[in-house]
Ligand binder design. Structure first.
Ligand SMILES: Nc1ncnc2c1ncn2[C@@H]1O[C@H](COP(=O)(O)OP(=O)(O)OP(=O)(O)O)[C@@H](O)[C@H]1O
Ligand SMILES: [Mg+2]
Length: 236
């Protein structure tokens, strides 16, 4: 049974379709990259997977032990979020809320979990720092630690390296790949970074108002759409 199964989804805003014919599955241990040009419906699909956007038609089902609540989500970062006036520790801890429910105080288990993920992401020494004073790369590590507090199963990332320089981007992709390989965390990631996508992904979903392609990385590299979109980047 798949962790996520999307069947013939149509997504629309105010009656205007932004993507349709979306049909794919994500199995435990997959690394799915969602690609497509700006405005092709990638973030809308991500919002649908999180239950924040109801599809106009079609269905999304979760299985293989995964529930919608157990998705660790790293949203596309907005300017407002970049300026968030909270400590690193508070931001990471807030990842526990969806999974454990909200209460007035965080439990010891949640605090330990946050400390553990900060350590793994190499940001333990930044715990008391204000989030908005960090570099873009440090902020993304904080957001990744936050997403990990929400899940041990599936990470959903929307353009995690947007605005980062190539070296810091590479570090972040390595961290994600490490989590995928060593901890068997399923990864669903929107990315424009074709080189990284082709290196790490097991499956590709290509959107352009509708689903142009879904299949394995190898099938994508062999396909006309893959060859056209990559324009040689797949061999890089
Ligand atoms: N809240 C909204 N209300 C109305 N239209 C929206 C809304 N959010 C997105 N859209 C429209 O839906 C389409 C798909 O947007 P979406 O954000 O899913 O694209 P995307 O593939 O994530 O693009 P990008 O690569 O720029 O992040 C766009 O035409 C966008 O203008
Ligand atoms: Mg987007």
């Amino acid at each position: 049974m798949a962790q996520i199964r999307c069947t013939d989804l149509t997504l629309a805003y105010d009656g205007v379709t932004v993507a349709d014919g979306i049909d794919f599955t994500v199995n435990a241990g997959d690394y799915l990259c969602i690609v497509g040009e700006n405005g092709s419906g990638k973030s809308t699909l991500v919002r649908a997977l999180l239950g924040l956007k109801a599809p106009t038609s079609g269905s999304i089902t979760f299985g293989d032990g995964l529930t919608a609540k157990e998705i660790g989500y790293l949203p596309q970062q907005t300017e407002i979020q970049r300026d968030f006036p909270a400590s690193v520790r508070e931001v990471v801890l807030s990842g526990c809320i969806g999974r454990f429910g909200h209460s007035l105080f965080y439990t010891k288990l949640q605090k330990d979990l946050a400390a553990y993920h900060m350590e793994r992401m190499g940001i333990a020494d930044l715990a008391k720092k204000c989030y908005r004073e960090l570099s873009g790369g440090q902020q993304q590590r904080v957001r990744l630690a936050r997403a990990l507090c929400a899940t041990g199963k599936l990470l959903l990332l929307d353009e995690p390296t947007a605005g980062l320089d190539p070296i810091v981007s590479r570090e972040l992709y390595s961290l994600i790949e490490h989590l995928h390989k060593t901890e068997k965390i399923t990864v669903v990631m929107v990315s424009h970074d074709l080189e990284a996508v082709m290196h790490d992904a097991s499956h590709i979903l290509h959107l352009k108002k509708k689903q142009l392609f879904f299949g394995t990385r190898e099938e994508y590299l062999d396909s006309e759409i893959g060859k056209t979109f990559l324009g040689g980047a797949g061999n890089a």
